[in-house]
Design a binder for this molecule. Structure first.
Ligand code: ZN
Length: 199
């Protein structure tokens, strides 16, 4: 038996597809939206469509950006010889917030996970290898999460890069196991960066 109108059901269904949103939260969000003033709802809907239409991958580091080349990659003050590899744009933002890293990034958009069927070809690894083969790179800092997937990815990248004679380092532990980088405070992030070890 349907309790709600089909429009409400559709809205609940769409919300429940979002990460971390269960059936109850989806209902709460749907009714919240229905109670919002119309102009706010339109503004929210526009912001979603606008972001989707205008945000793209940086052609160099693959972070999400409004431009073809992101502000970090196009900044002449950044050291292009040091590349920090992160799992996603949020992790990049976490390191950027410390203001202490003057190299550039490479965003993988995921991590290798045999359990979830995510292999090396499903993340931006080929793109990293291509980039390294075309540029003069001195060090690759692997800053993937300390989860099983993050460690697997770090080992994989290290094995790919070492034969090329590139210095490969891994951010120090101290970042809690399984902890998402974006939730870790800046001091801990800096300590992890400064204490990085060669693989
Ligand atoms: Zn970039």
């Amino acid at each position: 038996m349907e309790y709600y109108s089909s429009h409400i059901n559709k809205l609940i269904e769409e919300f429940s597809r979002l990460p971390g949103i269960g059936a109850k939260s989806a209902q709460r969000l749907a009714f919240h939206v229905l109670n919002m003033p119309k102009d706010q709802v339109e503004s929210l809907a526009h912001a979603i469509v606008d972001a989707k239409e205008n945000v793209q991958y940086c052609k160099c580091c693959y972070t999400l950006t409004d431009q073809e080349i992101c502000p970090i990659c196009s900044n002449p003050k950044r050291n292009k010889k040091v590349i920090m590899v992160v799992e996603n744009t949020r992790d990049l933002a976490a390191y950027e917030k410390t203001g202490k890293f003057d190299g550039v990034y490479h965003v993988l958009h995921g991590a290798i996970s045999p359990m979830l069927g995510i292999g090396p070809d499903d993340i931006k690894l080929k793109e990293l290898m291509e980039r390294i083969s075309q540029q003069d790179v001195e060090e690759v800092i692997i800053a993937t999460n300390s989860s099983l997937e993050g460690e697997t990815t770090a080992m994989y990248i290290s094995k790919l890069l070492k034969p090329a004679g590139i210095k490969v380092t891994r951010i120090a532990s101290g970042v809690p196991v399984g902890g998402d980088l974006e939730y870790i405070d800046e001091v801990t992030l800096l300590r992890a960066l400064e204490g990085r070890v060669e693989l």
